[in-house]
Write a protein that binds this ligand. Structure first.
Ligand SMILES: [Zn+2]
Length: 372
């Protein structure tokens, strides 16, 4: 600090019992769902949950913008300055209202325009998303594309999106229903798609070849930020490592959907050991506990604390997930999130330490977060 040109005029702050750290990066969330608020995961399973989100999704740009503004306030409450935000689709094409809110709102990172494109060639979903991406040039936040998931976007939709050269994100290997529909062309996800009139012969031909969701997208892994990965075999991990994929893991989302009861413990430590960078995200506010939202809004430190307490993961590993892999996942230099001499930090936060050790004190903290 003494080498900084502003040192001579610096004001000294005494923050006893607090740990000071760089501001946070949330690698995966859905800010335009903030108006729905935390909700329990009901008895109807994943399909009923998706119906709830679909019916709760706003359609007017003004209302979508307001929900996103609430989401930005919740990010800031959680000491967060950068995000991988998923911009939802309305009437077949992503609304640009969230991008306009994020641009210049003190939030860095990437806004991924989400689309659904299950037809064999991806039309019209991918065409509409590409058109929207061409309609806007945000200044302070980057633009990306998100084919929703392998059960809602065809492989050719991924290929056509990749041709645009924007950063790309997708939900992958999240549920047993996803595994069933991809590998066997069967199960509740197939029934849900059939109920929406989307299960045509062409769509059926995309699936049922015994592949895992990760293998199903093997040709696109190199350009994807893949989100969730609850369902992972050793072969899947090898595919991800060889492709150079980046991962966003949302621990409380996986726990909320009971993924560990189906697939066993999440394999984020195996991914890290294989050299795959794993960042932390929260997913939407819907799957977060009300009390943590009340205290810290939408906050990845609460995700890190779950891994510390549940898995005994070393604080140093968690800091690397937060401050090295997090920025990289959303297209930012990690130097803006490291307290090195001469660093141009994206932000600085303080929180009451949860332990005398500084690294553990940060990830074990539970109290409100303030910006310095
Ligand atoms: Zn998501």
């Amino acid at each position: 600090m003494r080498t900084h040109p502003a040192w001579a005029n610096a004001t000294r702050l005494d923050l006893p019992g607090r740990v000071v750290a760089p501001a946070l990066v949330n690698a995966h969330t859905h800010l335009d769902l903030t108006h729905i608020g935390p909700r329990p995961f009901g008895d109807g399973g994943f399909s009923a949950w998706i119906d709830m989100v679909r019916s709760g999704r706003l359609v007017e740009d003004d209302a979508i913008a307001e929900s996103t503004r609430q989401g930005v306030a919740m990010l800031h409450k959680g000491g967060t300055v950068a995000v991988g935000d998923i911009v939802g689709t309305v009437n077949g094409a992503p609304s640009l209202a969230p991008v306009r809110v994020l641009d210049g709102a003190g939030v860095l990172g990437t806004a991924f325009l989400e689309f659904f494109a299950l037809s064999e060639d991806g039309s019209p979903g991918v065409d509409l998303a590409l058109e929207r991406a061409g309609d806007i040039q945000p200044q302070t936040i980057g633009l990306g594309l998100q084919p929703h998931a392998p059960y809602s976007a065809s492989p050719r939709a991924y290929r056509r999106a990749r041709e645009r050269g924007l950063p790309m994100c997708t939900h992958l290997a999240e549920s047993m229903a996803e595994r069933q529909v991809v590998a066997e062309g069967a199960g509740p996800m197939r029934d849900m798609l059939a109920g929406w009139g989307l299960w045509t012969d062409g769509v059926a031909a995309l699936f049922g070849q015994g592949r895992s969701p990760v293998r199903h997208l093997a040709d696109y892994l190199e350009c994807l930020l893949v989100v969730h990965l609850n369902d992972l075999s050793d072969a899947d991990i090898e595919l991800l490592a060889n492709a150079g994929s980046r991962v966003a893991y949302c621990p409380r989302s996986s726990a909320y959907f009971g993924a560990d009861a189906v697939f066993g413990p999440h394999r984020y430590r195996d991914l890290l050991a294989a050299g795959v960078p794993v960042a932390l995200g929260t997913d939407s506010v819907i799957n977060l506990p009300q009390n943590s939202v009340d205290t810290r809004g939408i906050c990845v430190l609460d995700e890190a604390r779950l891994l510390l307490e549940r898995d005994g993961t070393e604080p140093g590993v968690l800091l690397e997930m937060l401050y090295a892999h997090g920025p990289a996942a959303v297209g930012l230099p990690s130097g803006a999130f490291r307290m090195d001499a001469g660093a141009e930090l994206a932000g600085l936060i303080a929180v009451e330490a949860g332990d005398a050790d500084q690294a553990r004190g940060l990830v074990a903290s539970v109290g409100p977060i303030s910006f310095l």
